[in-house]
Write a protein that binds this ligand. Structure first.
Ligand code: MN
Length: 192
């Protein structure tokens, strides 16, 4: 098998109660694993078999794109969390956030709003363009800003499977709680 699921850098119950053990087990352990397994089956014996995952995402469409992007998006999502991460961004990223959004709180509000108002399943992204300008965007289904030439920095999953076990229909509460476990050190590294 070409792509394998990386081990999470924290214990499966470490993000609780923001993301419960049960959600980590289903969301990462089953949903994410299934995207990777399907991706491996789809690329076998094709021109995509030896490509990097990022290249597959940019070059494919349909079922292959959906599974490749979902495989990547979930790793990007789960690896930005930590039970003991940096609680506020600093440095250049913080400067950009303050310049563009006024304050960290205003930025968080806009980001949560984008997640709360996305109709159906998808993702809310923070990306940077080639000048380092920050961009908040909604992505439907498996969408990834890489396909528009942007560099992804942070993502909140707003598929129901991401929050239903812990928050039921309260998507806004789920989005608001994620800041508690977001490790800004990871986001700063992705930006630099
Ligand atoms: Mn998901």
């Amino acid at each position: 098998m070409k792509f394998t699921q990386p081990r999470l850098p924290y214990a499966p119950d470490a993000l609780s109660p923001v993301i419960s053990l049960s959600t980590v087990e289903y969301h990462y352990g089953k949903h994410e694993k299934n995207y990777i397994d399907t991706l491996n089956k789809l690329i076998e014996g094709t021109e995509y078999a030896d490509m990097a995952l990022e290249d597959i995402i940019v070059k494919s469409d349909g079922k292959l794109f959906n599974n490749a992007a979902q495989a990547w998006n979930h790793i990007f999502y789960f690896f930005q969390f930590s039970p003991s991460g940096l609680k506020e961004p600093g440095g250049l990223l913080r400067k950009r956030i303050d310049e563009q959004f006024g304050s960290l709180d205003e930025f968080k509000k806009k980001f949560e709003e984008a997640g709360a108002t996305l109709f159906g399943s998808g993702w809310v992204w923070l990306s940077a363009d080639e000048k380092g300008t920050l961009i908040i965007s909604q992505g439907k289904d498996a969408e990834n800003p890489m396909t528009k030439g942007l560099r992804p920095l942070m993502v909140f999953d707003v598929w129901e499977h991401a929050y239903y076990l812990d928050y039921q229909n309260r998507r806004a509460d789920y989005l608001h709680s994620l800041w508690e476990i977001l490790d800004w050190d990871v986001i700063e590294m992705r930006y630099s």
